[in-house]
Design a protein around this ligand. Structure first.
Ligand SMILES: Nc1ncnc2c1ncn2[C@@H]1O[C@H](COP(=O)(O)OP(=O)(O)OP(=O)(O)O)[C@@H](O)[C@H]1O
Length: 438
């Protein structure tokens, strides 16, 4: 029997609906990434009682794209940007309160059906296909420049700080840096610095000795030791607790570290990559991040651009994901309709490539027409809203320009007088003239 993971606080009340389905229920804690059953099919996350989306996002990242996420929210939460971004990035589907048991049952049933389709397949990780640097997919100048930078930096042992918004491909860049280095035959190990409590990261990173703390029943190697000869990616480095920053700095400076409860310092030969979506400079200003650690990590910076900044790549990437997921689900790869292309190009992509993957994957499964439409991508209304917003802006701009022109005409070209007619300062008048090219 497949397992349904449940995260959040209120799901127990839904037991009646859940008991009608053929699931084993498994409640998880937000930090409990290590305790996910192998036969897990779906994850239901209840966000209705509080905005725990930030706390839970690390857990969720470890599930997606292998395990589909269904989110429960209150209707009013659709107005909250964090929530909608979270859904856009990670959710396969969502239900709003009051929860309609029939709708939830259908949604879970559909999710389980999909998971059965995938039963025999292990989702191919994009970075493992080895094709993601196909030039045809990376049309934009900014991405071509990024890949040239990756190729130049990879063979060196210089620490790299990869910066960019969530879902822009920081981990993908790290993987590429590793694959193109002489360390490629040794492991690439990732530590998520924001995912766990300080005590757990300490032991995760540096390892522990038997008896070091309650539950430490045997010696355990840390990720630094596991990465020996290879690469260590410190993901979300901006979230590393202060006390661990000191220990990490010592390792970066001296190549030495102590395991928890260990008496003797150990060494490891590891190339360090760090990734962050937070503004480290401002974390330094606020005293949350050590300047000396920042300098150690920041040998070279690579910035991963937002998807919005590289629109030339969007259609190529979307087509690539369509092929990939159609293949995976045993479906015919359908082309994008014109309206879908238009919507893809006009959307702002707050969740970046991760959101694109999510939308395309849903569309591949749900599309029952010969072409994938904007509706399948759930972008039809967004496009309309943007259109309305755009026309309002155009109307305002036009009105502003007309008012300026009339004022100049009536004031016979005297700027001071024209500005006074519009009840604005001379400086503002000049600024607006400049804006409208008058
Ligand atoms: N240029 C790209 N081409 C193909 N897939 C991409 C690209 N960029 C990102 N992806 C895919 O998008 C998803 C998110 O990328 P990744 O995990 O590297 O982002 P991230 O910036 O590390 O995000 P976060 O900060 O949230 O961890 C992954 O499935 C990744 O394979």
């Amino acid at each position: 029997m497949k397992t349904l993971l449940i995260a959040g606080f209120q799901c127990k009340e839904l037991n009646e609906v859940l008991s009608r389905l053929d699931f084993k229920l498994h409640y998880i804690d937000k930090y409990d990434q290590n305790n996910i059953p192998n036969n897990c099919a779906l994850c239901l996350i209840d966000l209705r009682k509080g905005n725990i989306e930030n706390e839970i996002s690390h857990l969720v990242k470890s599930l997606v794209p292998k395990i589909h996420i269904i989110v429960l929210i209150n209707k009013s939460q659709l107005e909250i940007k964090n929530i909608t971004t979270f859904i856009a990035q990670y959710a396969w589907d969502f239900c709003t309160s009051p929860i309609d048991p029939e709708r939830l049952e259908k949604c879970l049933g559909h999710g389980i059906g999909l998971s059965k389709l995938k039963q025999q397949h292990h989702e191919p990780k994009l970075e493992q296909t080895g094709k993601e640097t196909e030039p045809s997919v990376y049309q934009s100048d900014v991405m071509q420049q990024l890949f040239r930078q990756v190729e130049r930096v990879a063979p060196t042992d210089i620490p790299v700080l990869i910066r960019g918004e969530s879902g822009t491909g920081k981990e993908l860049v790290a993987t590429k840096l590793h694959q193109l280095s002489s360390r490629k035959d040794r492991p690439l190990i990732t530590v998520n610095c924001g995912a766990m409590a300080a005590g757990l990261i300490q032991s995760d990173l540096f390892g522990h000795e038997k008896g070091a703390f309650t539950g430490a029943t045997s010696n355990r190697k840390g990720k630094i030791a596991l990465a020996d000869g290879g690469t260590l990616l410190l993901d979300e480095i901006g979230d590393l607790p202060a006390e661990l920053q000191v220990n990490l700095l010592r390792f970066l400076q001296e190549g030495l570290y102590d395991s928890v409860g260990g008496g003797k310092s150990q060494s490891a030969d590891v190339r360090i990559l760090a990734a962050t979506h937070v503004d480290l400079e401002s974390a330094i200003d606020k005293g949350r991040f050590r300047l000396d650690l920042y300098y150690r990590l920041n040998g070279i910076t690579i910035n991963t651009p937002r998807l919005e900044e590289r629109r030339d790549d969007i259609i190529g990437l979307a087509n690539r994901f369509i092929r990939m997921y159609s293949n995976e689900y045993g479906l015919v790869a359908k082309p994008l309709s014109q309206s879908a292309c238009h919507a893809l190009l006009n959307y702002s992509w707050p969740g970046n490539v991760r959101e694109l993957i999510n939308r395309v994957r849903r569309a591949v499964v749900l599309c029952d027409m010969p072409q994938i439409s904007a509706q399948n991508l759930e972008l039809a209304n967004i496009d309309k809203k943007r259109h309305i917003a755009l026309s309002l802006k155009t109307l305002k701009d036009n009105a502003e320009k007309q008012a300026l022109q009339q004022a100049i005409l009536i004031a016979d070209g005297q700027v001071e007088l024209a500005a006074s007619y519009l009840d604005i300062s001379r400086a503002t008048f000049y600024r607006l003239m400049d804006k409208h090219d008058l």
